[in-house]
Design a protein around this ligand. Structure first.
Ligand SMILES: [Zn+2]
Length: 365
């Protein structure tokens, strides 16, 4: 590829809906880098003294994965979904070679505990000090040229980790006061975490991993009531700190029944929308590409996990054709990347994007 811009520059230009030198790739690599360096999951996620998170090893894994794959944006640490629940007394499982899972959510049995809880101090509480340490090391070593995203759950998604998804949705219908308290606490924590990561060197944007903030879990009404107002608050907070926000709710938003929710999401002030699997990317680009950066593209279940490489390359080429003209497009896998994803398959996504995504595009042949 002809390098006219650094990875960080091209990722910034694309998120701002401009035309970079080549389409950037954000492989949202949550536990995936652990396979690149062959660390066990507990070794990093709770491998320090007294079960602390090992920030040095996390950073080594993230940096090694970026070097190996050459993606333009990475997450500043190995990330798992148990962090907030743990910090409030929940229990997370750390399988040796697997993905950490919340086993007992902090407010699963006694939601009234929420009344006694204060917002987290990420420099002291739970495993977070190690996570911030990882952001600092990664940004110091590669942040001058590579994009480093703050990866944090969206408000309903984060609250789900602390309460349990089914219970939280039940609260929304039966005990809306409890649902609101937990989601408000989650929102306050998200804002605090964003600030600390930016101070730790995150340099590109805030990515709101929002699987439970979309129509896969919520009705449109619940999304409007519990998610979008908090997204607005978070976007305003990030903007004050000088950083744009990418929203990634799960659901089929190019379905006419849900598409109004994309307009409403854009109205919160987000800079990018990552469409999950089964969305119509051509339609997404046509409908919203002039107002928001489109992110996403290569399906994990049907392409990245099974391969072969040629299938991944074909999917990259198709997405580039559908979304890349005029800029404002960033290639991602359909969701986050975890352990046991074949490394050559992720590399194929990065390489194909950099090979075929050079501007001006020549994708008709
Ligand atoms: Zn996802």
């Amino acid at each position: 590829m002809i390098e006219k811009m650094t990875s960080l520059e091209r990722a910034r230009v694309a998120l701002n809906r401009g035309v970079p030198d080549v389409v950037p790739v954000f492989s949202r690599d949550l536990t995936f880098p652990l396979d690149v360096v062959n660390y066990t999951t507990p070794e990093v996620c709770r491998g320090g003294p007294n079960g602390a998170y090992n920030g040095e090893k996390s950073a080594r894994a993230v940096i090694a994965a970026q070097k190996e794959l050459g993606h333009d944006v990475c997450v500043g640490s190995i990330w798992d979904l148990g962090l907030s629940s743990d910090a409030y007394g929940g229990i997370t499982d750390f399988p040796e070679q697997g993905i950490p899972m919340v086993k007992v959510p902090a407010f699963g049995e006694r939601p009234e505990k929420i009344d006694e809880m204060s917002p987290l101090d990420f420099r002291k509480d739970g495993r977070y000090p190690g996570v911030l340490k990882s952001y600092e090391i990664v940004s110091k070593e590669i942040g001058n040229r590579v994009g480093i995203a703050v990866n944090i759950e969206g408000p309903v998604t984060e609250a789900s980790m602390m309460r349990g998804t089914e219970k939280l949705v039940f609260d929304m219908m039966i005990h809306p006061d409890i649902a609101k308290k937990i989601i408000d606490l989650a929102t306050t924590n998200i804002k605090g975490f964003i600030k600390d990561c930016i101070e730790g060197g995150a340099n590109w944007a805030v990515f709101l991993a929002s699987s439970n903030d979309g129509t896969e879990i919520l009705t449109p009404e619940l999304m409007r009531k519990y998610s979008l107002p908090n997204i607005t608050t978070i976007v305003e907070h990030a903007k004050k700190l000088g950083y744009p926000v990418v929203f990634h709710p799960h659901g089929i938003f190019t379905d006419p029944r849900n598409s109004q929710l994309v307009d409403e999401s854009i109205a919160t002030g987000i800079a990018g929308f990552q469409f999950a699997e089964k969305n119509d990317f051509k339609l997404a680009k046509e409908k919203w590409g002039s107002r928001v950066c489109i992110l996403g593209g290569v399906d994990i279940a049907t392409a990245i996990l099974p391969g072969p490489v040629s299938r991944i390359e074909d999917e990259v080429k198709l997405r580039l054709k559908e979304c890349a003209s005029g800029g404002g497009y960033i290639v991602m896998a359909s969701c986050s990347l975890h352990r046991k994803t074949p490394i050559p398959h992720v590399k194929a996504m990065v390489d194909a994007t950099h090979r075929y995504g050079v501007y001006p595009l020549h994708l008709d042949g």
